[in-house]
Ligand binder design. Structure first.
Ligand SMILES: C[S@@+](CC[C@H](N)C(=O)[O-])C[C@H]1O[C@@H](n2cnc3c(N)ncnc32)[C@H](O)[C@@H]1O
Length: 404
């Protein structure tokens, strides 16, 4: 591979903004990709993937390169030098990369790879929490799987098109996809491409949604004509899926504490041809009270640590703090306690997270079922989805039924 100076400089700029200025990797990449309109798909791919790679392996590369925060420009070039050597890319003869110690880098890599927190490039606290929560064997496998680059998965919008036709439509747009066993609406991209510029996307024929996330809406067992509440709807990834499962019939109420996210949801709903959704921002407890005992189905896609989706958000390894995990667990139990009141007798509720920690998952459900509000509910089933088993995101979902 021949390295182009302006592309590498864009990567160094991006790393500076992410590591030193605390900006989010996806936003930064969007920003640097606007530097030069002449960059083609391959150039853009290089910038995005190299930046994500160095973000993913920040701790390991920093130990190897013996650099630390805040990273000066020469430090960032040393990280880049490590990336080149470990990928077998010839170091160009630029002054910024002069004297890159190739043999020493390989030696340090072999040495550090014996220790999980360095090999997998994670903070000490996260390694300790993962091992304590999942046991050494599962955590070791899981964190290794979470460090693999995420594949691009699409969910067919069955309100508009059947999956085989979508596949054919995308082939015409030069996007090759394949089916995935066990995921009835999913298509996996054979090669990473920007799907947001396709006609199929603009026509609302699909959404980008990880395969594990596609398991959540069907877990709630919705039917056309029901009243369904998506209580932590965000920008609506699962709301849209619920709407397609309801065949656009019935009432779908999308709630969130952020109006801005619900605005995005509405825009996506229009593109998807979804007509049965209404949004309500939770700006007081009244919003929930008004809906007490009214819903056939309630989805609680709760805020969480995101420890199941590190492959999609590698910078969360450096942004997440143990105090946040403790705090969000309190929010999760509040959501279970208060929002479960919206389910009517005989109705069903799914509690889901994109975390793999039992403290955020089955323990929360158990604590809820043991509480006063939980007495009205019975446990139906749960599913723990691990990246190390499926290759997709880590997820948890539990189905509860309100007694009649
Ligand atoms: C896991 S995300 C939801 C993702 C979304 N369901 C999707 O599929 O795209 C959790 C959401 O819960 C929202 N949230 C956080 N605290 C909340 C609360 N107390 N009540 C309702 N929503 C909350 C967040 O704003 C965030 O959008």
């Amino acid at each position: 591979m021949r390295l182009h100076r302006n592309l590498v400089f864009a990567v160094i700029d991006a790393l500076h903004m992410i590591f030193n200025e605390g900006e989010y990797a996806d936003k930064v990449i969007e920003k640097v990709l606007r530097y030069d309109k002449r960059w083609g798909a391959r150039d853009r791919g290089f910038i995005a993937e190299t930046t994500y790679d160095i973000v993913r392996w920040k701790r390991l590369y920093s130990e190897i390169a013996e650099v630390h925060e805040p990273y000066s420009k020469p430090h960032l070039f040393r990280l880049f030098g490590v990336w080149c050597v470990l990928r077998g890319i010839r170091i160009p003869d630029w002054k910024q990369l002069e004297g890159t110690p190739e043999r020493r880098i390989k030696g340090r890599f072999d040495e550090l790879s014996k220790i999980r927190k360095f090999r997998e490039s994670i903070p000490d606290w996260m390694d300790e929490l993962g091992e304590k929560s999942l046991g050494s064997e599962l955590w070791t496998k899981e964190i290794a799987a979470q460090n693999q680059q995420a594949e691009v998965i699409l969910r067919t919008n069955t309100l508009k098109i059947p999956k085989p036709q979508l596949k054919a439509f995308l082939t015409k747009e030069d996007i090759a996809t394949e089916f995935i066993d066990g995921y009835p609406e999913a298509l996996k991209l054979v090669e990473r491409k920007n799907v947001f510029v396709t006609e199929a996307f603009k026509d609302g024929l699909f959404e980008v949604q990880d395969a594990s996330s596609q398991l959540v809406a069907p877990f709630l067992e919705v039917e056309p004509g029901q009243r369904v509440i998506d209580a932590c709807a965000g920008a609506g990834g699962k709301t849209l899926h619920l709407a397609s499962q309801m065949q656009n019939k019935g009432q779908l109420i999308a709630l969130d504490i952020y109006e801005s996210k619900l605005k995005k949801l509405k825009k996506r709903a229009r593109r998807n041809g979804v007509h049965n959704v209404e949004t309500r921002a939770i700006d007081s407890t009244k919003v929930i009270k008004k809906l007490h005992n009214s819903a056939d189905r309630v989805l609680l896609d709760a805020p969480c640590s995101g420890l199941g989706v590190i492959k999609r958000n590698p910078d969360s390894k450096w942004k997440l703090e143990p105090e946040f995990v403790d705090r969000i667990m309190g929010v999760q139990q509040d959501i279970l306690q208060n929002y479960s009141k919206m389910v009517k007798k005989g109705g069903q509720m799914v509690y889901a997270t994109c975390s793999i920690l039992p403290q955020e998952n089955s323990d929360q459900v158990k604590n809820f079922l043991d509480s006063e509000n939980g007495k009205d509910f019975e446990f139906v089933r749960e599913r723990n989805v691990f990246a190390s088993e499926t290759g997709f995101d880590g997820f948890y979902m539990a189905l509860l039924k309100k007694k009649s």
